[in-house]
Design a binder for this molecule. Structure first.
Ligand code: ADP
Ligand code: MG
Length: 722
């Protein structure tokens, strides 16, 4: 019955926010738990510091002698901060973060304890890791995977109940050198982008070109639910979303949560959480309420993509942990509550270096604008050529519930540029800007961009991929996802397009065409082939869905089983192979892992649906029927007749629910599939549909069965009681 719900409500009502000490001075806490360049400079000799700094800045390999010195300094620094363990932290192909802990203490043959942490342990750790999904890349009998520090991402201290641990951000590779993780491809994609960008910038006559890097700032949406409710809901605990739950009378229709006052307990949580982020050197910047009740957002300031990706994973870990300490369950699922806004992770992305600056920023001179137009054009070409790949890297069972639900961007990948920039590209395409190439061009055309200002009001919230003044914002990424996959895809398609641009530009210039005209010629050709992907209208509208597919030839891929097929497409295999980001074998293993994740996720949810319907909801309905039956019999004996319509509805819904459960169980027994695609498709078109059928009857019961008897915390309780 509902006693546990009532208990939960009274616990929450009587709970005071944790007391969290107000922020110490930022100077004292900022990155205080990070072994960054500043701490290394303090701890190392001049020469050792010079060597490690070069490695950090350029990714150059670290010699063994320096590795030993750095390892020893890192250990001393960590132990002085109370760390007794160290751990290589790595990012398997799932969206998880994995760690393997070891103690600093080893005993020598005399039985004396000594503290040991050598360069070889730092550079090459050996987690067994054989239970991480790895596609077919590693035979399990060839077992070991290796981890090694990625020196471009600093080590840090993680404090937990079990004590403090030195965490070492690492790559994870197979015995034969294949990438088993999400970090190696990200590093490789940066390198590919850098190489291609160099070619273009050199052709543009840039004298000095510093290494280019991509940057990422991720906006993270999430829900908080009180732990007293969450712990009583097996679906929230095991699947991270509600598999049952009727819509509350009040949802988000008043828009009163967005930018409204943040509840006191949540404010204290945010303060605590952000203090922890600061200590870890994560630049938390804004936080606010989101659209749905109980939904919030945190957006750290942008950083180098590789560091940002590690920080994003760490942020999610710290967020869940801190929420727990404050009596909340933090939900990162893309659609925890049906009928309410889901959660996304907007991945803001740009590329640049110290000599040319941000190449997605229009800049102040016509020359800078030419660079900008080329890089922006490269992105347009990439999104058009590889829309299905961008769709594939955001394809998960959980994100499917959000994409295409008219709240998040649709499953059609288009590019939004804003009115001014769209006009510039359209003028280039129509030959309106190249008529005068003797300086008139600059006045009539590029001056438009000179005036280009970032205008947040100009933002199109319905676009999956929007230019926002000095960066692109990939808005269709799911809230629970690692940002690495999307970043790898964006860097790689950019690398490929910049290679194409470099070749085309070189041909023009060799033919003696003047630079500005050469750029417009290249862009014109590019826009003729790929301009179709530019769309400034309402991405939610059905007109667009029709137009995109029928007139523009864009793909609308609503589900993961179909979206993941992009990883098997020859053009995608070729893209990753020629850019050196993933070998065909590495790419194929990713398809296997993602397909397996989909299957496992849907199967777990389906089993939960059957179990909760059978063991919680059915008994509640039966109790209610039993009460109604006894009451009716008693009344009848007194000559009073009770209308039987409620009992009839309850029994009809209950029977229908249990019939659907039986069908669901039968479907789950199905194991004979031609391949992963067939298996996923069956889950998508049969199992998910049956789960919805079970749910619809259960939700109907929730609206009619006595509140006294209802076993699951209700939407209104989970969303509004904090
Ligand atoms: P909004 O909600 O308007 O999209 P926010 O300020 O919440 O904006 O988040 C924007 C994110 O984009 C932040 O993480 C910010 O640091 C990041 N960002 C800003 N400029 C760039 C850039 N040039 N490259 C990458 N990320 C950027
Ligand atoms: Mg945004």
């Amino acid at each position: 019955g509902n006693q546990s719900r009532l208990d939960a409500i009274s616990h929450i009502t009587n709970r005071a926010p944790l007391s969290v000490s107000m922020p110490e001075s930022m100077k004292d806490i900022w990155a205080s738990d990070v072994f960054n360049l500043a701490s290394m400079e303090e701890a190392l000799s001049k020469n050792a510091f010079k060597a490690i700094k070069k490695t950090v800045k350029t990714g150059a390999t670290l010699d063994n002698a320096t590795a030993d010195i750095v390892a020893s300094a890192m250990k001393d620094w960590a132990m002085a901060k109370g760390a007794k363990f160290f751990s290589h932290i790595f990012y398997p192909m799932t969206n998880a973060t994995a760690e393997k802990h070891d103690g600093f203490i080893v005993t020598n043959p005399d039985g004396h304890a000594i503290n040991e942490f050598t360069g070889s342990l730092l550079i090459k750790g050996e987690p067994d890791g054989s239970s991480f999904p790895n596609g077919s890349l590693r035979m399990t009998n060839a077992a070991r995977g290796y981890t090694a520090w990625d020196p471009t991402s600093p080590a840090y201290i993680m404090n937990t109940d079990n004590g403090s641990t030195l965490m070492i951000p690492s790559i994870f590779m197979s015995w034969t050198g294949e990438a088993l993780d999400k970090k190696i491809p990200l590093l490789r994609s940066n390198a590919a982008m850098n190489t291609a960008a160099h070619k273009v910038l050199a052709l543009m006559g840039e004298a000095e070109i510093a290494p280019l890097n991509s940057s990422c700032g991720a906006e993270q949406e999430y829900f908080l639910v009180d732990a007293n409710f969450a712990n009583s809901r097996p679906d929230l605990l095991l699947a991270g979303r509600t598999l049952f739950g009727a819509a509350p009378a009040k949802g988000q229709q008043f828009d009163d949560h967005y930018f409204g006052a943040i509840p006191a307990r949540v404010q204290v949580f945010m303060q605590d959480f952000e203090n922890k982020l600061y200590k870890l050197g994560i630049p938390a910047k804004t936080h606010h309420n989101e659209v749905a009740p109980g939904q919030f957002e945190i957006a750290p300031y942008y950083e180098a993509a590789n560091v940002a990706a590690d920080h994003q994973q760490l942020l999610m870990t710290v967020m869940k942990q801190t929420a727990k300490e404050h009596g909340f369950l933090c939900l990162l699922h893309e659609k925890p509550f049906a009928g309410l806004n889901g959660s996304g992770k907007h991945v803001n992305w740009s590329v640049g270096n110290s000599t040319q600056g941000n190449l997605l920023d229009p800049g102040n001179t016509p020359h800078q604008n030419l660079n900008f137009l080329l890089f922006c054009g490269a992105v347009i070409r990439g999104v058009h050529k590889h829309g299905p790949l961008l769709r594939a890297v955001i394809a998960t069972a959980s994100n499917d519930h959000r994409l295409g639900a008219n709240e998040a961007p649709p499953a059609i990948l288009s590019v939004y540029l804003g009115d001014q920039l769209e006009q510039v590209f359209s003028d280039i395409k129509d030959g309106k800007l190249d008529a005068v190439s003797d300086g008139g061009f600059m006045d009539s055309g590029l001056s438009q961009i000179l005036k280009f200002k970032r205008d947040p009001g100009d933002r199109n919230r319905t676009s999956p991929f929007a230019f926002t003044g000095n960066r692109f914002e990939f808005r269709a990424v799911g809230s629970s996802q690692s940002v690495s996959g999307p970043l790898v895809a964006m860097n790689t398609i950019l690398a490929d397009s910049l290679e194409w641009i470099a070749a085309a530009l070189e041909t023009e210039l060799k033919a003696g065409v003047e630079q500005t005209a050469a750029v417009t010629n290249v862009l014109k050709a590019l826009l003729n082939d790929h301009g179709n992907v530019i769309f400034g209208g309402d991405g939610y509208s059905s007109d667009w869905h029709k137009m995109a597919v029928e007139e523009r030839g864009l793909k609308n891929i609503p589900t993961t089983p179909d979206a993941l097929q992009a990883f098997l497409a020859p053009d995608v295999i070729d893209l990753f192979d020629k850019t050196g980001v993933l070998t065909p074998v590495e790419l194929a293993s990713r398809y296997e892992v993602y397909a397996e994740q989909y299957v496992l996720t849907v199967e777990v949810e389906a089993k939960l649906v059957a179990e909760i319907a059978t063991t919680s909801i059915y008994p509640a309905a039966i109790s209610y029927l039993s009460t109604l039956g006894q009451t009716a019999a008693g009344l009848s004996a007194m000559g009073v007749e009770l209308d039987n319509s409620v009992a009839k509805t309850v029994s009809a819904e209950t029977n229908a629910m249990m019939a659907a459960v039986t069908q669901l169980q039968t479907a789950l027994g199905e194991h004979d599939f031609a391949d992963a695609h067939a298996h996923m498709t069956f889950l998508c078109t049969t199992v998910l549909v049956l789960m919805e059928t079970v749910r619809s009857h259960a939700d109907a019961l929730e609206m009619i069965v006595s509140d006294d008897l209802w076993p699951l915390a209700k939407y209104r309780e989970m969303l509004f009681i904090k």
